[in-house]
Design a protein around this ligand. Structure first.
Ligand SMILES: *Cc1c(COP(=O)(O)O)cnc(C)c1O
Length: 395
């Protein structure tokens, strides 16, 4: 077998497949020198809503800013708490703090790695109480609980209908972190149907990636969508009149043009990701010592999971790191998302709601490994990855 390196990810392949079209899309902006908002942004926002079948789209400067603006528009007030899974990227909880709130970390489900309705319900029952003023507060730290921030991790969606039922029973808002799951569905429905707002990231390595930082918010409620529009331009609807505090969180026109070119290809890329995931699952299911992503729909070819990451769980202490070292010796890329759960991060060490271990998040941080799954990965490259993983598991 050859030893040609298999990259974990390679965006240059994608660009070379569309170089001419991409450059033709951005040159007119340089000619006009119109870089802020305008037709480039509004036409991408419309195309995004239409292509994904989601509510009103508001282009913003990053996934992090999408989360901050969405949380503010959903009604988060200073000092209020938002439930977030501990097993996610830093920005999920970072955005809660940037928006003036307090992240309240909960564990994730051992089968899906997601913050599920059951986990939220159990947490609220165990760790919160209704105060004299009728508001829900954490027992530790007395933080008023205002909302839920589920994360559709690795491209797989939380059951939002069930989660929104829990939120409604407790009077909480819901903002979805869909930064890893553009194009994903659950039972045929995209993010946004059962929440106040959804945040997407177009960081270059996401499934739909810009040529730099970019993001999007979607909202079905026109009042929330209008509020997001205001918050992204200094709290202003009319030039030089500021109704409230806001940010500079606009989507760049250049990024909108780049993203418009890529959006029409997203569905094909997603199907290729699912095809690669299917082959990995067929190759690894039943092997001792590893758990593959649970996705019953994948075999039939109609999965709603968009496989931003294809992630194995390698059981037994130390085995994951040995597997990574072995892959690296064979010049095969792999990554760990994420090696430290958020409740263990120094940045959150003064959080008054943290107590005791979140055992699933902590176990996952030691046991997960993501394999190459980008759409341009060739079948031959994937065979090399599969062969190496099989070898290491049988050694
Ligand atoms: C990428 C990501 C973000 C942040 O997006 P940026 O565009 O990098 O700011 C937030 N949450 C999750 C789960 C992400 O993967």
């Amino acid at each position: 077998m050859t030893n040609i390196p298999v990259p974990f990810f390679d965006l240059t392949r994608q660009f070379s497949s569309m170089e001419g079209e991409m450059l033709a899309a951005v040159v007119p902006l340089f000619r006009s020198q119109q870089f802020i908002l305008g037709e480039a942004v509004s036409s991408f926002e419309e195309a995004f809503s239409k292509t994904l079948g989601v509510g009103r789209s508001i282009g913003v400067s990053s996934g992090t800013d999408a989360l901050v603006v969405a949380l503010l528009a959903a009604g988060l007030r200073p000092g209020q708490g938002v439930l977030v899974p501990s097993f996610t990227f830093f920005a999920t909880a970072g955005a809660v703090v940037l928006a003036g709130g307090v992240p309240i970390f909960v564990d994730v489900d051992p089968a899906s790695y997601l913050m599920t309705p059951r986990i939220v319900e159990d947490f609220l029952g165990r760790e919160t109480a209704v105060s004299g003023h009728g508001s829900l507060r954490t027992r530790r730290g007395e933080i008023p609980v205002a909302g839920l921030l589920p994360v559709h991790l690795y491209g797989r969606m939380v059951d939002m209908e069930a989660l929104s039922g829990v939120a409604q029973r407790h009077g909480l808002f819901v903002v979805e972190d869909a930064c890893q799951s553009v194009g994903a569905t659950f039972q045929g429905r995209p993010p946004g149907v059962f929440s106040q707002a959804v945040a997407y990231s177009f960081f270059p390595t996401k499934n739909l990636g810009a040529a730099g930082d970019a993001g999007m918010i979607t909202a079905n409620d026109p009042a929330i969508a209008d509020h997001c529009l205001r918050l992204r331009v200094h709290g202003s609807r009319k030039r030089y009149e500021h109704e409230e505090m806001g940010m500079n969180a606009r989507l760049d026109a250049l990024q909108a043009r780049v993203l418009s070119v890529k959006l029409s290809r997203l569905d094909g890329w997603t199907r290729r990701r699912q095809e690669l995931a299917r082959r990995y699952n067929e190759s690894f299911s039943g092997l001792p010592g590893v758990t593959v992503p649970v996705d019953p729909e994948l075999a039939g070819g109609r999965s709603g999971h968009v496989y931003h990451q294809y992630t194995l769980r390698v059981l037994r202490e130390g085995r994951r790191d040995r597997m990574r070292a072995f892959l690296s010796e064979r010049s095969i890329g792999s990554e760990v998302y994420y090696p430290i759960p958020l409740h263990c991060q120094k940045a959150f060490s003064d959080n008054p709601t943290i107590h005791g271990p979140l055992s699933v998040s902590e176990a996952l941080s030691r046991e997960v490994v993501s394999l190459p799954v980008f759409p341009e990965l060739t079948d031959e490259e994937q065979e090399r990855v599969i062969g190496a993983v099989r070898d290491v598991l049988s050694s």
